[in-house]
Design a protein around this ligand. Structure first.
Ligand code: FES
Length: 516
């Protein structure tokens, strides 16, 4: 028997006879106090879930990774089930708050730990979450669930082969700033919102069909917005142009499309899964559970009232002119722009950060940062200076995972969406940027070679794709990638630091054969 307590958003506490797994517990407001779990999970006893056998954090977005909750409530003896991400940011973040026991997984490969069988599907494109998103399969020998949360796996055939599944948990709502923050004309924004709402439900429905689980639990969103500045973003009345449709809307969508497997859960609902069937018990009566969605305005206003002191305290702590924003951005971004060949080519424009007190241009053509002087900028962001300052003072490596997801900004652009712009803001360290650059390069039909010490060598390091034209040092025929120190023999391409990679090399000039 599997017993699953729904914790809100993507949070699950899964209990089996082979141990328990705490998945993506999120309790503290995220992204500059803009996102809160909806419905509220204030009623969950946090200490009751604090000693699981395993912890699974799908990725680093703060509605999945809540360092405050993990620090204060979860035993650091817990073993962490770690997705197979090429960059180790998730492991580092968990180590920083005290976790030290990790079960490293291989992408999509089932493994057993003390009788519990699980597999983690890791998605690793720069566009997947904060460079890395994942889904979890759990099998206790009697029932099997697939916790997709907000990831978008692509290899559905492989997934189906791991089934059949008794339960499928997945995101059905938007979880982004588009189109709300854009200064589009009202009717255009409405049309874009409507299209997005339809597309995201259709995409979720395709996953539901493919996974074909006996029961479908809409989870992992939407959040709700409780700050006065953002309150109107909530979908109060099933607005067809609002991207944050709720669970009940998606369950009805399933029904309209001939699927009656959708099940409503709210934080505190307990799902019992057995071979014989499934039951759901809510922490309140069914009628009270439904009432949350029927009178969402009233529900959210009461929730807002309770959380107001929390929001006020967070906002009061935002910095206020402690640093020089222009010179900090210049110092931080210009060395990155120098590395970002493909990103700069992909953006090929100026980006304006209009921070009220200071207007700053990030020029992806000249690879420089300077004070705005009226130049034309194709992409324009208006952001409160305290938020930019906060990102800089915290040394954030990924501004999407704080600033952009907060929806606390306005945007304008000429022309279509350009993913290189936002991906740059996710990659604010050389390591992240090199990874993204290498990823883009691998998508290009022509893999680049460069000449090094008499050899033509693949340009991207086989470890994490650093650009070897910048990060290689050669001594005695051995190339060292200075990003993490991996070494390769130039004559053979053999890796001296790992046995599962090679570097492509060939002599730069064929040696002239002597005539016989
Ligand atoms: S990218 Fe890690 S050693 Fe090259």
């Amino acid at each position: 028997m599997m017993r699953i307590t729904f914790l809100g958003q993507a949070g699950l506490f899964v209990e089996t006879s082979h141990g328990s797994i705490l998945c993506d517990p999120w309790f503290n407001p995220a992204f500059f106090a803009s996102w809160f779990p909806f419905p509220s999970n204030e009623g969950i006893d946090r200490d009751l879930i604090g000693r699981p056998d395993y912890l699974y954090v799908s990725h680093l977005h703060h509605d999945h990774f809540d360092p405050k909750f993990l620090t204060e409530h979860v035993s650091k003896d817990t073993r962490v089930l770690l997705p197979d991400y090429p960059l180790d940011h998730l492991e580092k973040a968990l180590r920083e708050i005290g976790f030290s026991e990790f079960v490293h997984t291989k992408n999509g490969q089932p493994q057993d730990v003390d009788g519990l069988r699980f597999a983690i599907m890791a998605l690793v494109a720069p566009t997947d979450g904060p460079i890395g998103d994942s889904a979890l399969l759990i099998d206790d020998g009697e029932t099997r669930i697939f916790n997709q949360n907000d990831s978008h796996p692509v290899d559905l055939e492989a997934l189906r082969e791991l089934g059949p599944f008794d339960a499928h948990f997945l995101q059905f709502s938007g979880a982004i700033w588009y189109p709300m923050v854009y200064n589009f004309p009202h009717r255009m924004k409405e049309a874009l919102g409507r299209k997005k709402r339809i597309n995201q439900q259709a995409r979720t429905f395709r996953y539901v069909q493919q996974i074909d689980a006996a029961h479908v639990f809409p989870s992992a969103g939407p959040p709700c917005y409780l700050d006065d500045d953002l309150f109107e973003l909530n979908d109060f009345n099933r607005d067809p142009s609002n991207i944050f449709c709720d669970q009940t809307v998606f369950i009805e969508y399933l029904q309209e499309h001939g699927n009656d497997r959708g099940r409503l859960v709210i934080p505190g609902s307990v799902i019992t899964l057995e071979r014989a069937g499934m039951t759901v018990r809510h922490p309140v009566s069914d009628q009270e559970a439904r009432a949350i969605f029927l009178d969402k305005g009233g529900y959210l206003r009461a929730y807002q009232e309770r959380q107001k002191p929390v929001i006020d305290a967070i906002k009061a702590a935002w910095p206020n002119g402690q640093i020089d924003v222009l010179s900090s951005i210049k110092e931080r971004f210009e060395p990155l722009l120098a590395l970002a060949d493909l990103t700069c080519r992909g953006v090929n424009a100026r980006v304006l950060l209009d921070c009220r007190t200071e207007q700053i241009v990030i020029d992806f053509m000249d690879r420089t940062v300077y004070r705005w002087n009226g130049e034309y900028c194709r992409y324009r962001f208006r952001i409160a200076p305290e938020l930019v300052e906060s990102c800089l003072m915290q040394g954030l490596e990924d501004w999407v995972n704080e600033l952009f997801l907060s929806c606390r900004f306005q945007a304008e652009r000429d022309g279509p969406y350009n993913e290189y712009v936002y991906n740059f803001f996710k990659c604010l360290t050389p390591e992240r940027l090199e990874y993204a650059e290498g990823y883009y390069e691998e998508q290009s039909p022509v893999a680049e070679l460069w000449e090094c010490d008499g050899y033509l060598v693949q340009r991207r390091c086989p470890h994490l794709k650093a650009d070897l034209t910048r990060f290689a040092q050669v001594e005695d025929g051995v190339l060292t990638c200075t990003m993490h120190g991996w070494q390769f023999e130039l004559a053979t391409g053999r890796c001296l630091t790992s046995d599962d990679r090679t570097l492509y090399t060939e002599p730069a000039r064929a040696t002239e054969e002597k005539p016989a």
